[in-house]
Design a protein around this ligand. Structure first.
Ligand code: SF4
Length: 102
């Protein structure tokens, strides 16, 4: 499981020193909602929390920043509106583009 800055929000750990995690829609949501397992209904519930979140960009950026360090079996939770598998696909696509640009 990803470690969090605190346990009041599901947003991933941050190294920016910003308190944006406190402004996420998930700040007052039970963490179990944001770590939904594999049931589509539960995943949709977590993604519904992310929908319209005012710090989605910060959250997804942070999740993708640490994605390269996250082993597959630790890729839990919905962050930035994406599941772990979805984040991995975005991460891999961004890495592919980054390497192609070099
Ligand atoms: S995008 Fe989702 S996980 Fe990230 S802070 Fe907002 S509600 Fe929480």
């Amino acid at each position: 499981m990803i470690r969090h800055t605190n346990y009041r929000t599901a947003a991933p750990n941050t190294t920016t020193g910003s308190d944006w995690t406190q402004h996420g829609n998930c700040a007052d949501v039970d963490l179990d909602v944001m770590f939904p397992g594999t049931k589509p209904r539960d995943i949709a519930a977590a993604q519904a929390v992310c929908a319209g979140c005012p710090v989605t960009d910060e959250c997804l950026s942070e999740a993708l920043r640490i994605e390269g360090n996250v082993m597959a079996d630790r890729r839990h939770g919905v962050f930035g509106g994406l599941t772990g598998k979805q984040r991995r696909r975005v991460y891999e696509e961004l890495e592919r583009r980054r390497k192609a640009a070099v």
